[in-house]
Design a protein around this ligand. Structure first.
Ligand SMILES: [Cu+2]
Length: 296
């Protein structure tokens, strides 16, 4: 009896805590009389609390738009405590003039979905990167251990990515880094760039090669290589660098990670998300290699 009432109290407390958190949302601007409302269901791709944005791969919205992946504004702060990539989300999409946002989100954790990216112990500066094996755009096997002696900047992409501020941005950032390297032969000689796919089943070496040439203007792969591998090999590398990814239709739902690795094969810095700038990476490369020079 006692036990039962305890759990009743616990549930009541939990419920009131939940209701409290629901009420504590910093509300959206009042919607006008012209606002239209649509039911939205989809899968959460990524979450950006600072900008109150959630990227959703949503189902078709009859009479409004086809299924696609796009960012939505979400004012309900509490939702960011529980939202993780891979969750199913149900919400009301409010479209009011040139503004739109989601209301009344309901979040359903998907079975087997990756949890919110934890800050992984493996990603600390100074940690040694294991001798991963992957395959480059020419079908040649690449062992990370053989990259020692050069600083490595790597990122994760997939060639079919439709989100302009995800993989296409990573690739154009790397193209900008590459351009700066080409202007400084001394620096370029001591740096390697790697773009690693998280869609190895589709992104074979020829697909990676074509992508590199068409989308990144790469002609000389000695500076910048595009790596793929078996799903297992890719998974080992991606997981080490904190990637969460899984297939959804013909797209890959994923987060981002860009890493700077020292010539000794140790993590120097992790650039999370998509807000880092190519020039910052080049500065960090100079600092990393400059230090090494001073020490030797
Ligand atoms: Cu992407």
């Amino acid at each position: 009896m006692l036990k039962r009432s305890f759990s009743f109290v616990a549930i009541t407390l939990l419920l009131s805590a939940l209701m409290l958190s629901c009420r504590q949302t910093s509300g959206p601007p009042q919607s006008s009389a012209n606002a239209r409302r649509y039911d939205l269901t989809g899968t959460v791709v990524s979450v950006d609390r600072a900008h109150k944005q959630v990227v959703v791969s949503h189902d078709p919205i009859p009479g409004f738009m086809d299924a696609m992946i796009m960012p939505f504004t979400l004012y309900a702060d509490w939702a960011f405590d529980v939202l993780s990539p891979g969750d199913r989300i149900h919400a009301t999409l409010v479209v009011d003039g040139d503004r739109s946002w989601l209301e009344n989100p309901l979040v359903v954790r998907q079975e087997g979905a990756p949890a919110q990216t934890p800050s992984r112990a493996s990603l600390q500066p100074g940690v040694e990167v294991p001798p991963f094996m992957l395959t480059n755009q020419d079908g040649k096997r690449i062992n990370f251990a053989d990259l020692r002696g050069r600083a490595v900047v790597l990122t994760f992409i997939y060639t079919r990515c439709p989100l302009p501020d995800y993989c296409p941005l990573m690739t154009s950032n790397f193209a900008a880094i590459n351009q700066r390297l080409q202007a400084d032969a001394e620096l370029a000689r001591r740096v390697k760039l790697l773009s690693i796919t998280v869609d190895p089943e589709h992104d074979t070496p020829p697909v990676m090669r074509a992508y590199a040439m068409e989308r990144a203007g790469v002609k000389d792969f000695r500076q910048w290589e595009f790596l793929t591998g078996s799903p297992d090999e890719v998974h080992r590398v991606a997981t080490f660098f904190g990637l969460d990814y899984f297939a959804e239709g013909n797209q890959i739902i994923h987060n981002l990670c860009t890493a700077l690795i020292s010539p000794e094969g140790k993590i120097v810095k992790i650039y999370h998300g998509n807000e880092w700038k190519p020039e910052d990476v080049v500065d960090d490369l100079r600092a990393t290699l400059g230090e090494k020079q001073a020490k030797s």
